[in-house]
Design a protein around this ligand. Structure first.
Ligand SMILES: Cc1cc2nc3c(=O)[nH]c(=O)nc-3n(C[C@H](O)[C@H](O)[C@H](O)COP(=O)(O)OP(=O)(O)OC[C@H]3O[C@@H](n4cnc5c(N)ncnc54)[C@H](O)[C@@H]3O)c2cc1C
Length: 295
């Protein structure tokens, strides 16, 4: 497989046995057999065609801020779009961004251009590609609120620009789950620059005060159950501060399971299992993971 990939991807954009702990916010994860940074759409389409045709497993990674990778790693090819697909172009109130662009970079460009809409999203530590796939959001603002269109490589390996009207979004869900996001067009709104800057800063401070940002994590591990909050249920179940191996339920925010001391993927999974069982036994609510397992 590697020889065939070398015919598509430049040699300096290919790594072998690359540790995924170096590519995830959890700082957890064994090696990926092959790790590549496609340079452009053409390389990406050719690569996907090769991998699918060979039945070789692959996974598109963003900033790795919502994934828990197995300690054994991933026997397949990781496709990283953060290196060559992270451009940001601005034309009036329209921003066109490569799927590997960070939400933080987009939010800071928005401030520079006096564009409002991204203030609450600035602190989400992922890429726009990952944010579209997860329909990421916070403080009442979801990424889907700002999308005009998404350019994807669809399951038939065709590059298509999909208007937002042809994509369904719901809480942490999208209908284009099986597509690869290449580029996203966003519509923001001109406003006073100082107001945008202050609002962005306020939300970044709010996050720092309420979340354990000093320790590796994937953010909230569980989705918000209907009419409830996962963090509150976990706290009410008496699980705050619970430790298994190097993983701990954060004392600052019980919805976060932090890697406080060289946690393994197994440690985190055991904490997740404990939380689900305990919350279900106490409140008859089965929490569902927001974090995505890989490997
Ligand atoms: C401290 C902290 C705080 C967080 N706060 C929030 C929050 O407030 N709100 C929120 O919603 N989330 C939050 N998260 C979770 C996470 O940041 C978001 O889900 C983010 O959108 C994931 O983006 P990513 O680039 O890191 O994606 P990854 O974790 O790399 O991948 C997530 C999923 O997206 C897919 N994917 C990534 N890029 C592409 C692409 N180009 N095309 C197709 N599929 C792709 C991956 O295959 C995977 O299925 C937080 C995480 C941390 C660590």
């Amino acid at each position: 497989m590697i020889e065939k990939i070398k015919n598509i991807i430049d040699a300096d954009d290919i790594k072998l046995d690359e540790y995924l702990k170096d590519h995830t916010s959890y700082r957890i994860g064994g090696p990926a057999e092959i790790y590549v940074y496609p340079k452009n759409k053409d390389q990406l389409v050719k690569l996907i065609k090769l991998l699918k045709g060979s039945n070789y497993q692959y996974f598109v990674i963003g900033k790795g801020s919502n994934i828990l990778v197995s300690d054994d790693g991933f026997k397949g090819c990781i496709i990283d779009l953060t290196k060559h697909f992270s451009g940001i172009r601005v034309d009036g109130e329209i921003m066109t961004v490569g799927s590997g662009a960070l939400l933080t970079a987009i939010a800071f460009e928005a401030i520079k251009q006096s564009l409002s809409g991204f203030e609450e999203l600035a602190g989400i530590p992922g890429t726009i590609g990952g944010a579209v796939l997860m329909n990421a959001g916070c403080y009442g603002n979801e990424i889907s609120d700002h999308i005009v269109s998404v350019t994807v490589i669809d399951p038939q390996n065709e590059v298509k620009e999909l208007s937002v009207d042809n994509i369904q979004f719901a809480y942490r869900k999208t209908s284009i789950k099986n597509n690869i996001v290449v580029e996203v067009k966003l519509k923001l709104k001109f406003d006073e620059q100082a107001r945008i800057r202050n609002k962005t800063d306020e939300h970044l401070i709010k996050r720092r005060e309420s979340q354990p940002l000093d320790l590796p994590s994937c953010g909230s591990v569980f989705k918000r159950p209907v009419n409830n909050f996962a963090g509150k249920l976990i706290e009410d179940a008496g699980l705050k501060g619970k430790i298994i191996g190097g993983a701990k339920i954060s004392e600052k925010h019980a919805g976060f399971i932090v890697n406080f001391s060289n946690a393994t993927s197994k440690d985190v999974r055991e904490v997740i299992k404990l939380v689900k069982e305990t919350v279900n036994n106490k409140f008859n609510i089965m929490l569902e993971e927001e974090v995505i397992y890989l490997g």
